[in-house]
Design a protein around this ligand. Structure first.
Ligand code: GLC
Ligand code: CA
Length: 584
């Protein structure tokens, strides 16, 4: 099954956060024409599968994940004609384009929702979760003054998952923001609506979907109280009430039957947050029984302790390399031969990779090391926009610059106990706004709605294009070489070494007559390690703070390099990333 090569197994993905990628008309908002302008840049980088974040009409409460017309294109971003041009232009360059498909919720400005709240018992309420207050009797009898929510579930965005609509005396469920009412997938009529919408985009020529928040489609329909302890707001944060629940797999089988099966070339990448396990991932994406092609898990995203780090000092935020190894290994071994996997470091919902696991002071070496791991571990990699030039967390000092409902709610939640300065410091460490600042094309690129990071003067794509050695060029070289070595990377057997080592990530890939031996040093210090990997190799790539990245991008060229003998003891320089290659 594994070798059965379909295009998406061998693709190199790139995520575009449309709003801050490239603004073609100078209105301060990235747009579809902007992506078209940059297709050649992306082509040159070597990526060939673009995931474009939501471009649908939206009040932008959650930057477009709150959709008010599933069939349209937001005026902020362009027109349907622009979408068609984008697809055409990308396809002409041999690139595929997948859209973010949001099936879990709509905007509260979607006509369905507006209708639903227009009268006490409107039939469209069945498209959502409308529930009477828990104390409805007491309210009716005039014994209670205020309505009580059906339960104390807390949403992902730091507030109650229930909002009351006084005119109809009902609450509705929203596991994200108030303006994102959850759609009721337990209702077959709603499911049909969503299938029709998915078909619409596939018929338009979109090459598949990144399925937003897909793990949350099914809810605990009993709406029973959670058993987790209550927080200071009187709420209980318990994603198990709305994540990876059994019915979801039935919904997805139906989705496949009614939609996906009819578009065998389309790819689906599900976002399965809420702590999906390897076993659950197999239920989503196993070659035989799964409904999706692959699923993103979040397990490796916060292995530096930044998540929930309100009380931590900066020097307590350190990458836990053994945990990262454990996580990548267990996912790889759990899915190998059974399901395909995407691999990514972080996305638009996280801080920047350079701050999370790299070192901005050694951006070229640490960034190259992280790029190398992403590209040579396994699966279909997704690079997040700006990662290839080492963009960093934002330097914003005003709360209003953190334009994100989650960041704003987080601030409100903790305002009473922490100083303004401290909370801003924490937002610069953990907020997803960090990933959403304007792409740093040139030193002169104007700020968009959000300010440009001041480091644009020395971190930008045009500068890196001009430099002989730059992170951008490392990415290009690593991608080009990886295309040549893809059989080993994708289908080879992995042997893991030094699993408990706190600095070095190392593994071997073997297939038939070929081998790759890879070392990555996460520390800005020299480190000597030992293992039974000795042999004669060709050094296919090396980079560190003391070694300029090499640029051998074809297998053929590798043959002309002298063989080196790698002994069982090896000394790695700071942030060293090295690929040894051997043909036996
Ligand atoms: C996903 C998206 C995130 C969004 C949420 C609600 O997790 O990645 O950006 O806020 O779903 O749609
Ligand atoms: Ca624009």
């Amino acid at each position: 099954m594994e070798k059965n090569s379909v295009w998406w197994k061998e693709a190199i993905g790139y995520q575009i956060y449309l709003r801050s990628f490239c603004d073609s008309n100078g209105d301060g908002i990235g747009d579809i024409q902007g992506i078209i302008e940059k297709l050649d840049y992306l082509k040159k980088l070597g990526v060939n599968l673009l995931w474009v974040c939501p471009l649908y009409p939206s009040p932008m409460d959650d930057n477009g994940y709150d959709i008010k017309d599933f069939y349209g294109v937001s005026e902020d971003y362009g027109t349907m004609q622009d979408v068609e041009t984008l697809l055409q232009e990308a396809h002409q360059r041999g690139m595929k384009v997948i859209f973010d498909l949001v099936l879990n919720h709509s905007s509260d400005e979607h006509p369905w929702f507006i209708e639903a709240i227009s009268e006490k018992n409107h039939p469209k309420q069945k498209y959502y979760y409308f529930v009477e207050p828990k104390n409805i009797e007491a309210l009716r009898e005039g014994k209670a003054e205020f309505p009580e929510a059906p339960n104390t579930w807390k949403s992902f965005f730091c507030e109650s998952a229930w909002t009351y609509v006084p005119s109809i005396q009902k609450y509705y469920l929203h596991i994200f923001s108030k303006k994102m009412p959850d759609l009721n997938w337990h209702n077959p009529e709603l499911r049909e609506e969503m299938y029709q919408m998915a078909r619409f985009w596939l018929d338009k020529g979109v090459d598949g979907f990144r399925l937003d928040a897909i793990a949350h489609l099914a809810k605990d329909q009993s709406l029973s109280e959670s058993a987790v302890p209550m927080d200071e707001q009187g709420l209980r944060y318990d994603p198990s009430k709305f994540s990876n629940r059994p019915e979801i797999f039935e919904f997805l089988v139906e989705f496949k039957e009614k939609v996906l099966k009819h578009y065998p070339e389309a790819v689906t990448v599900g976002e399965v947050g809420g702590g999906a396990s390897v076993e659950e991932a197999l239920r989503y994406a196993a070659y035989d029984e799964g409904s999706l092609n692959m699923v993103f898990n979040f397990d490796h995203c916060w292995e530096n302790g930044a998540y929930g780090s309100l009380d931590k000092r900066d020097d307590e935020i350190r990458t836990n390399v053994p945990n990262l190894k454990r996580i990548f290994k267990s996912w790889h071994e759990g899915l190998k031969g059974k399901a395909w996997q995407p691999i990514y470091w972080l996305n638009h919902d996280h801080p920047r990779l350079m701050n999370q696991y790299g070192n901005p002071a050694e951006a070229l070496a640490s960034g190259t090391m992280l790029a190398g791991l992403l590209l040579y571990l396994y699966g279909t990699p997704f690079i997040y926009q700006g990662e290839e030039i080492g963009m960093c967390n934002v330097d914003y000092t005003r709360l209003e610059d953190f334009k994100d409902v989650n960041a704003q709610n987080f601030y409100k939640e903790h305002q009473a106990r922490y100083s303004h300065e401290h909370l801003l410091h924490i937002l610069r460490r953990i907020s997803r706004v960090n990933a959403r600042s304007p792409f740093q094309w040139t030193e002169e690129t104007p700020a968009l709605e959000m300010p440009m990071n001041a480091n644009v003067s020395y971190i930008n794509a045009s500068l890196q294009e001009a430099q002989e050695y730059s992170l951008l060029k490392s990415y290009r070289h690593l991608i080009a070489l990886r295309k040549e070595l893809k059989n080993l990377v994708l289908y080879g057997d992995t042997q893991w070494y030094l699993e408990e080592d706190e600095a070095i990530f190392t593994f071997k890939k073997k297939q038939e007559q070929e081998e790759l031996l890879i070392f990555a040093n996460f520390l800005g210090e020299e480190k000597e390690v030992e293992g039974d990997w000795a042999g004669e190799y060709i050094c296919a790539f090396e980079s560190s703070t003391t070694k300029r990245p090499t640029s051998f991008t074809t297998k053929e060229n590798l043959q002309f390099r002298e063989k080196v003998s790698v002994s069982n003891k090896i000394k790695l320089t700071p942030y060293e990333f090295v690929i040894f290659y051997k043909k036996v």
